[in-house]
Design a protein around this ligand. Structure first.
Ligand SMILES: Nc1ncnc2c1ncn2[C@@H]1O[C@H](COP(=O)(O)OP(=O)(O)OP(=O)(O)O)[C@@H](O)[C@H]1O
Ligand SMILES: [Mg+2]
Length: 214
């Protein structure tokens, strides 16, 4: 069995890719060997997060690696094929690496941080998606991050995404929580902090994506 691979892609910087990648990787590692590959070097947010985690003796079943171009990424995904899960934190641009992530992943998540700018940026991914779909079927889901369901903006954006992008959103969305910011710097998942609501959403996220990859 080869590792279930999840790619996190978004061309808009700061949309929440590394937040999704680190939380998902940490949560999935409770089930088995998980590899978090940071494809956003030299920034390396996920790699730094893991370094802090490892330093604190909390790596558990999780390991981290990096890939600076698509060839290296292909080689690393092959190298770790015996893992249960591989999570790929993508770069904030349309690059060969992003295309490689689309093709290598069993499921790609596109985080959108509930702002119009991110919806505009996401429309830039659509051409690449269409290209990649010529190679193989691609499974993509949008994931709301910093989501505040009670706001009018959130409701309007939900409609816009469906009509303009034609992308399906995951049922799970990540709320706007200070816990995500705190967890990132401490090498933890938000589920490992004392935040019950966040714990539930991260666990829902992990189970929803696993159902989609079956
Ligand atoms: N759901 C959330 N609630 C609150 N803050 C969040 C949430 N998601 C992300 N953030 C914060 O927003 C900032 C950007 O998030 P993150 O680093 O995950 O984005 P990114 O897309 O990986 O950005 P970059 O382009 O810098 O790699 C971080 O400070 C992070 O803690
Ligand atoms: Mg990042």
């Amino acid at each position: 069995m080869s590792a279930k691979t999840i790619g996190i892609i978004q061309v808009k910087g700061g949309a929440g890719r590394s937040t999704v990648a680190t939380n998902l990787a940490g949560e999935l590692s409770k089930q088995g060997k998980t590899v978090l590959i940071d494809c956003d070097m030299p920034q390396g947010t996920s790699a730094s997060w893991f370094a802090v985690r490892e330093q604190a003796g909390k790596a558990g079943n999780l390991i981290a690696d990096t890939a600076t171009d698509h060839r290296e990424l292909v080689a690393k995904v092959e190298k770790y094929k015996d893992a249960a899960f591989i999570v790929l934190d993508g770069p904030p641009r349309i690059a060969e690496l992003t295309k490689a992530i689309l093709i290598l992943a069993d499921l790609c998540l596109v985080p959108i941080g509930a702002s119009k700018a991110e919806i505009w940026a996401t429309s830039d991914i659509l051409d690449m998606l269409a290209e990649a779909k010529k190679v193989k079927p691609i499974h993509v889901r949008m994931l709301w991050t910093r989501y505040r369901p009670q706001t009018k903006l959130a409701q309007n954006l939900t409609a816009l995404v469906k009509d303009e992008l034609g992308l399906t959103a995951l049922g799970t969305s990540l709320g706007m929580r200070v816990g995500y910011m705190e967890a990132l710097g401490e090498g933890l998942t938000v589920a490992e902090m004392a935040d019950a609501s966040a714990k539930i959403e991260v666990s829902f996220l992990a189970s929803e994506i696993q159902k989609l990859m079956r």
